[in-house]
Write a protein of this length. Sequence first.
Length: 86
Amino acid sequence: MALTVVKGRYRNGQIILEQLPPGIQEAEVLVVFETPSEETRARRAEAIQRMVQQMREGFSIWGKGYLEREELYAERLERFGDGDGC
């Protein structure tokens, strides 16, 4: 007996295969459900919490975030001189 493995997902009473099994028109099947352990569930929940917290805090794209326009202007003036374009 040869076994062919095809990955899929069970949802709402249906099994959805990611790809059709090659060369098989009809066959008996065995369905094995892979359920995450409590440790895996806990790690996943922690990762989701971290992601949500990062989203609430925001992501720094350009480095330090500026709270007010005056901070931005002060930083630019410091970097480029006293405002004369040099």
